[in-house]
Design a protein around this ligand. Structure first.
Ligand code: NCD
Length: 328
C-alpha cells in the first residue's frame, strides 16, 4: 500500500494487519524508552490546512516514536495564507524530500489530488478531508472497540480477529462527519453491524447506499439493539450555516438536540453493562454528551486518543518501512 486516503482502501485482511501492527506498537509504548529506530532518516511532513489538536499531535508523536524527522506545516503562518496553491505547496514538499505527507484539508478530495496528481512521490495519509474521510480515526476506533469487546485475557488486543457480531451505534451530526463515513465503511469491512442515529436534517442524502441501518430514535436503538459500542459525534457548528458562523438551523435548539440525541445518565443506564462510550473529540460537553457520560468508567474517550498514536505508528510503518525491510 502506497497511500491511505480512505477507509475504503482497506479490505478485511489489510485492516486487520494495521490493527495487529498497532497492537505490537502499543506494546512498545509501555516501555520506559518509547522510541523505535524504524523510520530513522525518513521525513514525515504534517500538512494541516484545518485546525486540529489531537490528530496533529498524534501523527507527530507517532512519527517521532519511530525516529522519523518531522516537519509541521500549518496553513496559518505559511505562504498558504498568501494564496499559494496546493500544487505549489506540494512541489515545495517534494523538493524537501518528504517520504510521507500527512494532510488535513477543508476540501473533500484534497489528499486524493495530492496523491494522484503526480506532484509528489511521497506516500499520502489522509488526516481528515472536509466531510469526506478520516481513515486513521476509524482505525483507532476499531482498535479501541476490538481491545475492549473482542480481546481476552490471553490476547488482550484481539489480534487476528475482526468485529463480527458486534453492534455499534453512531449518533449525531452524521451529515458533516468524516468520522462517521470512515467508521461505517471500516466497521462494516470488519463485520460489525452499524446503526446511524440522527435527526433527519443531519442524515446525508444517499445514505441508503451505505452499509448500515439508519434511525431517528436514539432511545429505541439503545433499548432494542443494546449496542456494544455507542459513538457520539460532535455537532460540527463550524460547518453549519452558509457564513460558517455556526447557525443551528439543523435543529430547533441545543436543548432540544440534547434531549433527543444527547447521551446522558438516563440513556447510559439503558445501555448494556459492557457497552463502551466513544467520542472522537473535541467534545461539546452538555450538547451531544453530558459530563457524567463523558467521565464515566465506561467512556473510552481518553484511550481512543492514546490508541491513536499506536495506530498511526502502524500506518506510517506499513507505508514507509515494511517494503524496505522486505527488500533488505
Ligand atoms: C474529528 C475530525 O476532525 O474530523 N476529530 C478528530 O480528528 N479527533 C471529529 C470532529 O472534529 O468532530
Amino acid at each position: 500500500m502506497k497511500h491511505l486516503l480512505s477507509a475504503a482502501d482497506l479490505d478485511r485482511t489489510s485492516a486487520i494487519e494495521v490493527l495487529d501492527t498497532a497492537a505490537r506498537m502499543a506494546a512498545t509504548q509501555g516501555r520506559e524508552i518509547k522510541k523505535l529506530p524504524t523510520l530513522r532518516g525518513r521525513t514525515v511532513v504534517n500538512l494541516f490546512f484545518e485546525d486540529s489538536t489531537r490528530t496533529r499531535i498524534s501523527f507527530e508523536t507517532a512519527a517521532k516514536r519511530l525516529s522519523a524527522d518531522v516537519i509541521n506545516f500549518s496553513a496559518k503562518g505559511s505562504s498558504v495564507s498568501k494564496g499559494e496553491s496546493l500544487k505549489d505547496t506540494a512541489l515545495t514538499l517534494q523538493a524537501m524530500g518528504a517520504d510521507a505527507v500527512v494532510i488535513r484539508h477543508q476540501a473533500s478530495g484534497a489528499p486524493h489530488r495530492l496523491a494522484h496528481a503526480g506532484w509528489v512521490g511521497s506516500s499520502v495519509v489522509n488526516a481528515g478531508d472536509g466531510t469526506h474521510q478520516h481513515p486513521t480515526q476509524a482505525l483507532l476506533d476499531a482498535f479501541t472497540v476490538r481491545r475492549h469487546l473482542v480481546g481476552t485475557a490471553d490476547e488482550p488486543d484481539g489480534v487476528g480477529k475482526d468485529l463480527t457480531g458486534l453492534r455499534v451505534a453512531i449518533v449525531g451530526d452524521v451529515l458533516h462527519s468524516r468520522v462517521a463515513r470512515s467508521n461505517v465503511q471500516l466497521l462494516h469491512t470488519l463485520g460489525a453491524r452499524v446503526t446511524l442515529v440522527a435527526p433527519p436534517t443531519l442524515v446525508p442524502v444517499g445514505v441508503e447506499a451505505w452499509p448500515c441501518d439508519v434511525s431517528y430514535h436514539l432511545d429505541d436503538v439503545i433499548t432494542d439493539q443494546q449496542p456494544d459500542a455507542i459513538m457520539m459525534l460532535r455537532v460540527q457548528r463550524e460547518r453549519m450555516g452558509a457564513d460558517g458562523t455556526g447557525g443551528t438551523s439543523f435543529f430547533p435548539s441545543p436543548l432540544e438536540y440534547t434531549r433527543t440525541f444527547g447521551l446522558d445518565a438516563r440513556r447510559m443506564a439503558l445501555l448494556p453493562e459492557h457497552a463502551v462510550v466513544m467520542h472522537p473529540g473535541p467534545m461539546n460537553r452538555g450538547l451531544e454528551i453530558s459530563a457524567d457520560a463523558a467521565d464515566s468508567p465506561r467512556a473510552v474517550i481518553v484511550e481512543q486518543v492514546a490508541n491513536g498514536v499506536a495506530v498511526r505508528m502502524a500506518v506510517l510503518y506499513l507505508l514507509l518501512a515494511k517494503e524496505r525491510e522486505a527488500v533488505a
